[in-house]
Design a binder for this molecule. Structure first.
Ligand code: NAD
Length: 548
């Protein structure tokens, strides 16, 4: 793997204030001056994260603490391979400290009133808005997406924060008189210590699917961000602290499989929210539920767009190109398959022309449409899948394998790629998670629906048509959890909940919205008798209560 000189600094040298005395090059040499300035500012402004080669801390019991880990994971800028920071493989002792802090904080936080917790949410909302530029800079540096796309990442998380502010309504209890002077009340009470495990592709949004919902319902949380881009989560943790969240209510620990397994196994952790790939998702679901935890697991996808010949061509093609190649295809709701039905097959050339015009480059550069993929390993995997299509008889109409980006020669860039394929090919069967659109030709809408329903995933799908009847048939017949009609990325806003289905999700309760209230609470029913006559005189009843 190509690395800037900074990434070759020995492990022991990666700490504050030592660079001046080292003979190796200072950190961030691989970044241009504009980006370097942003990286240095991030390191200066935030306690737990660094973008200039220092270590990322854990956040335990309200303190940003340096880990005593012996194993560290490098976080590099995917546009240049420059070392930005390292995250610890949190030690067992540190993990125990985090659970202890969360358990201790739960004793008081769970007793706070919902109005106190709502005030925290209001403050957090304000602070995220105020600090969106810092969050975006961290996301662009570590994840590689463009600046506008990073702001979208933040905004979609912020919308969950804003929805969490309606907790006093969402948590309203139910109560009815079940017999004379006897009431039954159902209350939604918190679970205890909960946990969230996040993927790399939305460093702000996905932590924000859990942080506001877990805390506003009275739980405490241990967050494990992706080890590939932990910066946004650390900034959000600091914003939570500034917003008045008491120590221990949210804790951040870093690491990989050992830390995830510790979360699955710890008896004090009651629930796990996971978002990421299939392998980890199934493992965490199985291990967590076996240990008696509530687990929600959002996983991989293959999202199909069906384009009918009666569609508004301009809208359909631009929507598909944007949703296939935006964020370099690294969205779980990216449209990765386009099914061209009947005469719409003739639009393939127009699709290719639109995709060809997209600009690939560093995320901070102006007018760039897509940045790099997350790692050289991800790039190799994607290139392998494109190559497999060639071997299996697929036709590559647009080939982004050899894209060169001036000034970013070492970045993990792949240009937009369009492959005409069929459903038996590897490039169709596997989630590519890169800027690759597989095109399939179908004769009828029914054929298209059959292809989609036979696919194991069920995250999202979209249809482009001008016919209400056709759209309605599609909506009824297609077995996918999130459907767009002339909408390419139909992710529901947080007054609804995430509803991916089939192999894209495990667990009954979706993320955010009303489902999250169910996920983060348990029901407590109380039946109470306060006889009105007791206010005067009464005698004991020896009959079995029958509620008549
Ligand atoms: P990933 O599964 O590699 O990592 C996700 C998290 O799991 C990370 O925190 C990682 O440390 C941990 N992890 C990874 N491998 C593990 C293992 N073997 N055992 C235990 N823990 C493990 O996923 P990623 O590459 O970061 O993210 C991309 C994937 O996430 C794609 O498949 C994408 O579709 C999916 N995703 C799904 C949604 C959704 O809502 N359905 C949203 C975003 C991303």
């Amino acid at each position: 793997m190509l690395r800037s000189p900074a990434s070759r600094i020995p492990t022991s040298a990666i700490c504050k204030r030592t660079y001046a005395t080292l003979s190796v090059q200072p950190p961030l040499r691989g970044l241009n001056s504009v980006v370097r300035e942003k990286a240095e500012k991030l390191s200066r402004d935030w306690k737990g994260t660094s973008a200039s080669g220092e270590n990322t801390t854990n956040f335990i019991g309200g303190e940003f603490v340096q880990s005593k880990a012996t194993q560290w994971i490098e976080v590099v800028d995917p546009s240049t391979q420059t070392l930005l920071t390292r995250v610890p493989e949190t030690t067992n002792t540190e993990f125990e400290q985090a659970v202890e802090a969360a358990s201790e904080a739960f004793k008081t936080w769970s007793q706070s009133t919902v109005l106190t917790r709502q005030r925290f949410i209001f403050e957090l909302q304000r602070l995220i808005r105020e600090n969106a530029d810092s969050l975006a800079a961290s996301i662009v540096l570590e994840q590689g997406k463009t600046v506008p796309d990073a702001h979208g990442d933040i905004l979609r998380g912020l919308q969950v924060v804003e929805h969490a502010a309606s907790a006093p309504s969402l948590l309203l209890s139910e109560k009815i008189e079940v017999s004379r002077d006897m009431d039954t009340e159902v209350r939604k009470v918190p679970l205890g210590v909960t946990s969230a495990i996040a993927p790399f592709n939305f460093p702000a949004m996905i932590p924000l699917w859990s942080i506001p919902m877990a805390t506003v319902t009275g739980n405490t949380l241990i967050l494990k961000p992706s080890e590939r881009d932990p910066g946004a989560a650390m900034i959000i943790a600091e914003l939570c602290q500034r917003a008045g969240l008491p120590p221990g209510v949210i804790n951040v620990v870093h690491g990989t499989v050992p830390t995830v397994n510790a979360i699955c196994d710890h008896p004090s952790i009651k629930a796990i929210s996971f978002v990421g790939g299939d392998r980890a998702g199934r493992h965490i679901y199985e291990r967590g539920t076996k240990n008696g935890k509530r687990v929600q697991s959002n996983m991989g996808a293959k999202n199909h767009a069906v384009i009918l010949p009666d569609a508004n061509k301009n809208l359909a093609l631009n929507s598909v190109v944007g949703a296939a190649f935006g964020a370099a295809g690294q969205r779980c709701m990216a449209l990765s398959v386009a099914i061209l039905v009947g005469d719409a097959q003739a639009w393939l050339a127009d699709l290719v022309n639109l995709a060809k015009n997209l600009k690939v480059g560093g995320g901070f550069e102006k007018d760039v449409d897509l940045g790099p993929v997350i790692s050289p390993a991800a790039k190799d995997r994607i290139l392998g899948l494109i190559g497999s299509a060639e071997q299996e008889g697929g036709k590559i109409h647009l080939d982004g394998r050899h894209v060169m980006v001036s000034g970013y020669e070492h970045g993990n860039f792949i240009g937009p790629t369009i492959i005409e394929a069929n459903t038996s090919m590897k490039c169709y069967d596997q989630e590519i998670f890169g800027p690759v659109l597989v095109v399939i030709k179908a004769n009828t809408l029914d054929e298209g629906i059959q292809i989609i329903n036979q696919n194991r995933y069920g995250n999202g799908t979209a249809i482009f048509t001008q016919s209400g009847a056709t759209a309605r048939k599609f909506e009824h017949d297609v077995n996918v959890g999130q459907i767009g009609i002339n909408v390419p990325i139909p992710v529901p806003l947080p007054m609804f909940s995430w509803s991916g289905n089939k192999a894209s999700a495990l667990g009954d309760l979706g993320f955010y919205g009303k489902s999250a209230i169910e996920f983060y609470t348990q029901k407590k029913t109380t039946t109470s008798l306060w006889k009105a006559e007791d206010a005067l005189n009464s005698r004991a009843s020896v009959h079995m209560p029958t509620h008549h």
